[in-house]
Design a protein around this ligand. Structure first.
Ligand code: PDD
Length: 284
């Protein structure tokens, strides 16, 4: 049984409790982060912390603990649960208060929960080797996708619809352009240029995205941050996604049409290697 963290306590998972009045439960009034673990170490912890602070700030919440304390909690959970490969999930809510659309008083204690997920073989995933298929669906999420809230019902429904259509995941489309995947950022490669949507309120500012774009530029690859259409994607030489839990994963089919050769492309493969090497080297 896992040891999990709830509001200062480390407990067996079946003893961890949160109030039924918690605003995370009643209103999705909460933000989260997922930090990957390789070789028992945390990947890009500072990036996840910075985004967490930003998400909280956008919703008028604050960090309930310091960065150092948060790092200690992550490390203790990884150690106690002997996680070699996997991730740490963290969620902070506005706390428990009688149900009301109005936010509770500022001194309402926030709820903070963390747990680990062990995923042996994460870095060696068969999906990355074979490449994944995606279907496009309308992006019906709210307009502040740059805030990492726990309102994940639509992404979850999109993933189910993709599975029902025999695909691995969904790419979401707004005004004819791809925003991002259900839980990852989306890219295409045309010739020697990597294209991914620019940052804004329409997409989550992926921590993996920032690292991969930096590494791509360092490797003298061309990067364009701009919207791309479904048609442009279907005619691209390659496509891929990035996220903390999938790193860089090739996309080999979009809406049943092969992307390029229909096999994982060289750019995606190379970026996955570079990203994994660099992540292992800088993990803490
Ligand atoms: N998902 N876009 C969306 C909508 C996401 O949910 C995620 C992450 C990303 C990639 O962000 P990052 O590189 O920081 O993981 C982009 C996480 C992994 C999840 O919900 O499990």
């Amino acid at each position: 049984m896992r040891t999990v963290y709830v509001n200062g306590d480390y407990l067996p998972e079946d003893q961890a409790q949160v109030s039924i009045f918690d605003r995370g439960f009643l209103m999705a009034d909460a933000v989260y982060e997922v930090t990957s673990v390789l070789d028992g170490k945390l990947l890009d912890f500072d990036g996840h912390c910075a985004r967490l602070e930003r998400s909280l700030g956008e919703l008028g919440m604050t960090m309930p603990v310091t960065r150092d304390e948060l790092l200690d909690i992550h490390r203790r959970l990884v150690a106690e649960n002997a996680v070699e490969e996997g991730g740490v999930y963290l969620q902070i809510t506005r706390g428990a208060a009688d149900r009301d659309f109005v936010f509770p008083a500022d001194d309402t204690p926030q709820t903070m929960v963390l747990f680990t997920q062990s995923k042996p073989g994460l870095a060696d995933s068969p999906l990355a080797a074979r490449g994944m298929s995606v279907v496009t669906l309308p992006d019906l999420r709210w307009g502040r996708r740059d805030i990492k809230t726990v309102q994940l019902l639509y992404p979850s429904m999109a993933k189910m619809e993709a599975k029902a259509k025999g695909a691995d995941d969904a790419w979401m489309v707004e005004d004819g352009h791809v925003t991002e995947g259900s839980s990852n950022n989306a890219y295409i490669v045309t010739g020697d240029t990597i294209v991914t949507r620019h940052l804004g309120t329409e997409i989550l500012h992926g921590i993996t995205r920032a690292a991969v774009l930096r590494l791509a530029r360092e490797a003298q690859m061309k990067v364009e941050e701009r919207p791309f259409s479904v048609e442009e994607a279907a005619e691209a030489d390659e496509a891929f996604v990035t996220s903390a839990s999938t790193f860089v994963t090739p996309v080999v089919a979009i809406d049943g049409r092969k992307v390029g050769t229909g096999e994982p492309g060289p750019t995606a493969k190379r970026l996955r290697e570079i990203y994994l090497d660099e992540s292992r080297r800088t993990a803490i």
